[in-house]
Design a protein. Structure first.
Length: 335
């Protein structure tokens, strides 16, 4: 006897097969489109998506701190079918309601590089241990300054991100801790200070703003002899300001990112040392998790440390570091 399959069932089976064949749609939202760190993160996500057969949507805020731009990008991506959103939050608190709404719709949300506040607002976090990154350059700065200062009191300028951001606070406070100064712990989003820190300014991780911040700090205290910067674009701005003031030879700069240009700046002597992080690795891990979620429904959870390495042009006793050749081999997380 020939059994007839209902037309509705045939349509449902066909629809199900088509859905199964559709590539997973994954959204990547970065803080900006211009910062080299996020440019590389996007490249890594695209490479991973192509390798895994996924479709990547990308978006960004107009500048660091542009929460509205990130919210719009998230809403557009979900409307376009994204079931995973990878995001580097510009505003760790303001983005949380939008993330909560997305997760309620069954969207997997993973923070890359920067946590939300609270961290549990996202399903998972793939990021550098930013406090450790700060500690590493703080320890190096302390040893390097002791070796060249001749006993002169240290006068520190910190070129930070902007108030209240977890990454900015963790790197800043880790630096203070590594240098041996009183510092808040890794859970604090408040910037620590001490008598040795004679100027604190916001750079928003931008070279031009970093230069302006350094110029303002030099006007406030022309005897600054050590500079911490949130990232290497800010460090490049600080170095240019010091050059214009004729002070670039006597001031140590330490930073975070370990990007290819940043490592070149270490080799050239513009930056004494940098903590290298790996955005390509973060992006690839995020895409892989999104594909796995699409296939099996399995979600990652908690925090995954994506690694950090101190890169320095000159090795110092008691401070573990890698040279700039290793830094170039690993910059951005390339194999």
């Amino acid at each position: 006897m020939l059994l007839k399959t209902p037309v509705a069932l045939i349509a449902a089976l066909a629809t199900g097969a088509a859905m199964a064949a559709d590539p997973p749609v994954i959204g990547l939202i970065t803080k900006t489109e211009t910062n080299p760190f996020f440019v590389k993160m996007k490249e890594g996500a695209l490479q991973a998506a192509e390798a895994k057969g996924a479709r990547l949507l990308s978006g960004a805020g107009k500048a660091d701190g542009d929460n509205a731009g990130q919210v719009t990008a998230m809403e557009n991506m979900i409307a376009a079918g994204a079931k995973t959103i990878l995001i580097t939050p510009s505003d760790s608190k303001a983005i949380v309601p939008s993330i909560k709404k997305a997760r309620a719709q069954g969207v997997l949300v993973i923070a890359l590089d920067s946590p939300t506040e609270p961290m549990e607002a996202t399903d998972a976090l793939f990021a550098t241990d930013n406090y450790k990154a700060g500690v590493l350059i703080g320890e190096y700065a302390k040893a390097a300054y002791a070796a060249q200062s001749g006993g002169k009191p240290v006068k520190i300028a910190t070129l930070d991100l902007f108030p209240g951001h977890p990454v900015g606070a963790q790197r800043h406070n880790g630096f203070l801790k590594g240098f041996g100064l009183a510092a808040p712990d890794a859970k604090s989003n408040e910037l620590g200070s001490s008598a040795e820190v004679v100027c604190m300014a916001d750079s928003y991780g931008d070279q031009a703003k970093g230069q302006t911040a350094m110029e303002n700090c030099l006007q406030k205290n022309p005897d600054i002899n050590l500079v911490y910067t949130i990232n290497e674009p800010a460090a490049a701005g600080a170095f240019k300001a010091l050059q214009r003031a004729g002070k670039d030879k006597g001031v140590l700069i330490v930073s975070v990112d370990g990007g290819c240009q940043g490592v070149k700046d270490v080799a050239a002597g513009a930056i004494a040392a940098t903590s290298q992080q790996y955005p390509l690795r973060m992006a690839a891990m995020g895409v892989e998790a999104g594909v796995q979620y699409a296939k099996t429904g399995a979600k990652p959870s908690g925090y995954t440390d994506t690694g950090v390495t101190l890169i320095a042009a000159k090795a110092l006793p008691g401070v573990a570091s890698k040279d700039t050749q290793v830094g170039m081999d690993l910059c951005w997380g390339k194999k």
